[in-house]
Write a protein that binds this ligand. Structure first.
Ligand SMILES: Cc1ncc(COP(=O)(O)O)c(C=O)c1O
Length: 564
């Protein structure tokens, strides 16, 4: 069976199993007894209507039966033990757990149905600005509303304003792919509601994260210096932007012997990144107080990769002028064209001048799951820090950036601050990790849980297979483009992002993209390469199959004929 159809089926099956399990539980506790006398009792889970109540939605049971049965449930002798246990529960918790069972089941079924139909929805939201806003009440409800009504409004009012990132026809920007284990992991995390700022506020939140980030080092064959058992280690952050900021801050502090934290920045600090680096590097440099004017934008070569010779010259000139180079941001897979900066050469320059080297592998890092793509990280052992987004291409819901440092003390000395109210015995021993010192926010969600669910549910081989399949599909697209002389490929296309354009004007290319996106059949985005308007086609959706890429290509050809 096709791997992607299997994933999709698993998604549906998992959620159906949940429905069945709820039904079984209801049977166990006696609630289902009455249903069995009803004709509807054994009907399979129904889909497609939101007018029925939550339990009915999941079990195919008529709403009135639920009320009768709920009564039966309370009166049932069999339930007395459970009732006495329930009597010990606060009534608030009891009603919360009931509410969660009912609404949660309905919500899961809603998501399962969404996944089943997402492929047929227009990928790019077709609403006009303000349309969704206008459909929403101006004032909040004074009284409680039923979850059934909320779900109905989700369909009616919210869904039309959704751009479907989970559609297999989504090829824009970068993937934001998710998966059933990740969705369930998010749910578990929300259920625990843990705030893992300190080891002591939930030791498992910290220790699972440490273990998973070590797993990722092994899975992607990252440098051993990033392991928690070395001087470095990893942490999960909300985004690559935040990770980039932390790297800039650590670089700034190391270069000033942690003096900028004390005295503020003078205007002598300088930072370096390529003209194709993500805008979050520039943002980080601004936030860090280094100043945008002190960020050197290094020229790229014909493949849009940073030129080490230009970098070396820029650093040397700055040093000569009495400036303090503190940070180099290299990219593994640039946003525009998936260019790969030469880490070996850049790393050597950074070592020579003792400048912090950060490597941002936001989407492309995931490719290193597969041995044949590990060349993208050649030279990474020279980096001081590194990040990649599991929330882009690793089947894990946003937000989940893995951020590593080779020297954790440089990072924690930059960010640690301990007010009295956070002091505790475990931290004082120095034997535990408090991740609050590894990023900007104090509070932190239990994100490792979803990653744990993903890695265990697919296994490393399963993840590898999906990534390989994406690259294979992208390369098919490349072949089709090459065979059509109306198109040109605008950048090296080695993995899952293809930059291409019509051999025509910018206006024609822009019209092509607008027509494609307006069709609702696919969604792609654009960039500018060598000054030319260029379309980007990214393959990374969890549920994508060859037919989606083929259909996209056919639509591109059809629209191209109209534009030319
Ligand atoms: C290379 C690169 N870095 C950083 C980012 C920002 O990612 P995030 O949304 O996780 O901050 C992106 C997003 O496209 C990216 O491509």
């Amino acid at each position: 069976m096709n791997a992607f159809r299997a994933v999709k089926q698993t998604a549906t099956i998992n959620l159906r199993l949940l429905a069945q399990s709820i039904k079984r539980n209801l049977r166990e506790v006696g609630l289902i007894k009455t249903f069995e006398r009803s004709d509807d009792a054994e009907q399979p889970a129904r889909v497609g209507t939101r007018k029925i109540g939550a339990i009915r939605l999941i079990c195919g049971i008529p709403s009135p039966a639920i009320k009768i049965s709920a009564k039966a449930f309370l009166q049932n002798d069999h339930m007395q033990t459970k009732q006495s246990h329930a009597a010990q529960l606060s009534s608030r918790i009891e009603s919360a757990s009931e509410q969660l069972r009912e609404n949660g089941a309905a919500a899961l079924e809603w998501v399962a149905q969404y996944l089943e139909r997402v492929e047929s929805l227009p990928v790019l939201a077709q609403v006009k600005p303000g349309e969704i806003l206008a459909s929403l009440p101006q004032h909040p409800p004074a009284e409680a509303e039923s979850f059934e009504n909320i779900l109905a409004d989700l369909d009616k009012k919210i869904l039309p304003g959704i751009t479907h990132w989970q559609s297999p026809n989504f090829h824009a920007y970068f993937p934001g792919n998710s998966s059933p284990p990740s969705i369930v992991g998010e749910l578990l995390s929300a259920g625990l509601g843990v705030q893992g700022m300190l080891w002591t506020t939930s030791p498992a939140c910290t220790e699972l994260e440490i273990r998973i980030l070590d797993w990722l080092v092994e899975m992607l064959d990252l440098p051993q210096s990033f392991l928690s058992t070395s001087n470095g280690g990893g942490v999960i952050q909300d985004s690559a932007s935040s990770a980039n900021l932390c790297a800039v801050l650590a670089g700034r502090e190391r270069a000033t012997s942690f003096g900028a934290n004390e005295d503020g920045c003078n205007q002598r600090l300088t930072a370096y990144t390529s003209a194709h680096a993500h805008s979050s590097i520039e943002k980080a440099v601004k936030i860090a107080g280094i100043g945008r004017k002190n960020l050197r934008t290094i020229e790229v070569d014909e493949n849009f990769a940073m030129r080490p010779d230009v970098l070396a010259r820029a650093i040397a000139e700055d040093k000569q002028a009495g400036r303090i180079p503190c940070f180099v941001g290299a990219t593994v897979g640039t946003t525009s064209s998936l260019a790969f900066d030469p880490l070996l050469e850049i790393g050597a320059i950074c070592r020579e001048h003792n400048v912090w080297l950060h490597v941002d592998a936001a989407m492309a890092g995931t490719a290193a799951l597969c041995e044949e793509f590990r060349w993208i990280h050649r030279g990474l052992e020279l980096a001081d820090s590194y990040c990649f987004d599991c929330h882009k291409w690793m089947f894990t819901n946003f937000d989940c950036t893995s951020f590593y440092v080779a020297d954790r003390e440089a990072l924690t000395e930059t960010l640690a601050i301990t007010p009295e109210y956070l002091r505790n015995t475990a931290s004082a021993t120095g034997s535990v990790t408090d991740f609050r010192d590894w990023h900007v926010p104090l509070g932190r969600r239990f994100r490792a849980l979803k990653l744990w669910c993903v890695i265990r549910s697919y296994g490393v081989e399963g993840l590898r297979e999906m990534v390989r399949q994406h690259v294979k599909l992208a390369q098919k697209f490349v072949q089709w483009l090459r065979a059509d002389s109306r198109f040109e490929i605008a950048a090296p296309a080695e993995l899952n992002l293809i930059c291409f354009r019509l051999q025509g004007s910018d206006q024609q290319n822009e019209r092509l993209m607008q027509a494609l996106n307006a069709s609702g059949k696919l969604f792609l985005s654009h960039t500018r390469l060598n000054g030319k308007y260029t379309l980007r086609f990214c393959v990374g959706q969890t549920y994508i199959e060859e037919q989606h890429v083929r259909q996209a290509w056919e639509e591109i050809q059809t629209q191209a004929a109209k534009v030319l």
